[in-house]
Design a binder for this molecule. Sequence first.
Ligand code: C2E
Ligand code: CA
Ligand code: CA
Ligand code: CA
Length: 278
Amino acid sequence: AKQAGRNGMRFFDQRMQDTLSARAQLENELRTAFDHQQFELYYQGQVDADGRATGAEALIRWIKPDGASISPAQFIPLAEETGLILLLGDWVLEQACRQLRDWQHDAATRELVLSINVSAKQFRQPDFCARVRSAIERYGIVPARLKLELTEGLLLDNIEDTIASMTALKALGIKFSLDDFGTGYSSLQYLKRLPLDQLKIDQSFVRDLASDPNDQAIVLTIIAMARSLRLDVIAEGVETQAQRQLLAELGCDAYQGYLYSRPQPLPAFQSWLAEASP
Ligand code: C2E
Ligand code: CA
Ligand code: CA
Ligand code: CA
């Protein structure tokens, strides 16, 4: 038994060692990727009730030199742990504002709203508001065209701080969407205190919407909540006409998902735009 225990321990150490070095390696790779500008923003269209494009969500991709595209699900968590998310987040903000500036020069794209994802660490930086203001001013963009997607977990953690930061950002004129809505512990009680503009129905409620009455009830409740708080509501992960039809019947009026557009590089997104907003 003693022997097995020692072997068990050695095995455990080895596994921990492997995990740690895999992590360290990924962390190194991420830094190198950042230095070599291997990150790219993809754009996923958002549409209104008539299927017309109203904007996009910017989703980051890591494009390796061999062309392979790595999903943020695989590196954002580590970037958050190591603090690299601050560099990445700044870069995303910068890219987004630059893109909005370009769109503002063209009558066909002038009104598009671009949403970016903001991580907790990034949002909690004492100078986050100043960074956003600086980017908006440097690119001369209309603040209302920039939307920040925040998650419930982020907002709930220290709500007084959250309200203060959001209020300062709101004063600049930017918009807020509550991402992954329904997966956290939202109550009307705290939601009504936040200067939000939009609730985004999490894709987990959309996936089985056509077959699951529970999901239908949840979506109906979310939309009722949004209405009573005078917030817009958008559904994400819309893949089928059946989902989109049900969402419409439940009162949703904005959609995002593969049914309309996958997240894609800028040129492909611009082609999609030309078709989706005739
Ligand atoms: P999210 O913000 O909830 O983004 C939605 C995810 O759903 C995206 O995954 C998107 O590609 C995917 N998606 C969109 N439409 C559909 C659909 O119809 N069906 C299905 N099954 N999936 C769909 P993605 O791009 O892999 O991003 C994963 C997560 O990584 C995001 O979840 C977000 O939390 C994070 N992320 C992405 N970009 C950034 C960024 O620039 N900064 C930060 N902090 N986080 C980011
Ligand atoms: Ca999002
Ligand atoms: Ca989401
Ligand atoms: Ca998510």
